[in-house]
Design a protein around this ligand. Sequence first.
Ligand code: MG
Length: 428
Amino acid sequence: MDGLGLPGSSRRERVLAHVDMDCFYAACERQREPALRGEPLVVGMGYEPGETHGAVATASYEAREYGVESAMPITDALERLPRKVDAVDDPERDVSEAGFYRPVELDYYESVGRDVKAILHDTADTVREVSIDEAYLDVSDTVDWSEARAWATDLKDRIEASVGVVASVGLAPTMSAAKVASDHDKPDGLIIVEPGEVRDFFAPLPVEAVHGVGPVTARELAAMGIETAGDLASADPDRLDDAFGERGREIRRFARGEDDRDVTPKGDPKSLSRESAFTEATEESETVRRRVRTLADAVADRARRQEARYQTIGIKVVTPPFDVNTRAQSLPGPVEDADLVESVALDLLTEFDGAAVRKVGVRVSNLDFSAGQQASLDGFETTDDDGPEPGEGRAVDQAPLGAFQERAGTDRVADGDRGGQTTLDEFG
Ligand SMILES: [Mg+2]
C-alpha cells in the first residue's frame, strides 16, 4: 500500500502504556464528596461507619503519612489516625490530626472505572483491562515516541476533566517496563521509558520491581547478593537456573528489559479500528479522503479475517492539538461489506471538509462474531428478523444511510464502546 505504518510493521518498537489510577477507591469517594479532598481518607473493606471492624482497602496519601497502610486492620488504623468525628468530641484528641473513614462501595467504583475505561478504549485500539483501575494500552499504530509525552498528558487531562480521578501513566516498549514506569512517579505520575532506555531504567530499582519477582523470590535473590534489577540483569544465568529453574532465566530477561508479551484484550474486541496520523495537520480534503479510504479498506479486511460483522461504522478525526471528534452511523443489522465501510466513512467525513486534520481513524463496532451466514446488505430486504424499525422498507441502497445517525459530538467518548467491561480480579 502506501507506507502508512499500518500494522504488521513489526520493525518498529512498540509503544505500550500502563494506566493506573491513584488511590482509586479514595479518589472515587472524593469525586462524589469533594470535601474529602486533601484530607486523610481511609476506605475500609468490611467497615461500617462508627464501627472498628474491617481492613484498610485504600488509604489516601495523606492517611499514609500517619502510617496507615493497605490491608491493615481498621483497629490499627484508628490508633494511628483517629476518626474526625471521634476527635471532635474528645478533648484529648487533636481534630487536625484525625481523618475520615468510608466503607468500600464497589458498585460505585466500578461505574467510575467504566467511565475511565471508555476513555481508554476511545484512545487506543488495543486495551487490556487488568483490574477495576488499571489497564495496558498498545498505541503503537497511533503514537510515535516523539509525541508520547504530549499524548499521555492529554490522556491524563481527559480522565481528570471528564471523570474526576487522577491516573498515573507509564509508557515503554514493553509491558513490564510500562507497569513499573506508571508506578515510579505516583501520584499523578508520567514516566516515559524510550526504547533503548529500558535496561538503564530498571538497573537501580530493587528486584521486586521486576515482573515475576515477589517478596519471597526477592529474599532468596538477596541471599545470593542480588538486590537490584541491575544485579539481576547481569547475574550468571546458570546460577539463576540452579536456584529457580526456567523462571530464573525469565526474571533475568525481564530485568534486562526483554519482554515480548503482547497487550491482548480479554475476550472479543468491542471494535476494530485503524488510525493514521499526518506528518503535519492538513486541510486538504482530498488527502484526508484518500487516507480514510485506505484505513476503511484495512479495517474491513481486518474484520473479514476475524470473521467479525459490524453494525456501526464510524470515523475519528483528530484536530490540533489532540481534539478527538467521533462520528458514527448504525446500520439496521450487522454486515460484512468493505464498500459500505468506505462509503459511510467518507460520508461522515464530509462534515470536516476544510478543517485542519491531524489524524484520522476508521472504526467498526457493535461486532458480531457469531459465525452465521455471511450477511450482505442485500440480505436485509429478505430477513426481517435482523432489521429493526428505522430504515426498514427503504430501498436497499438507502437503508443504512437513512438509519439512526449518531452524533457523538466532540465529547471525546467513543460511541459503541461505552460498555467496557471491568473486571475485579485485583484488589484496590
Ligand atoms: Mg491503582
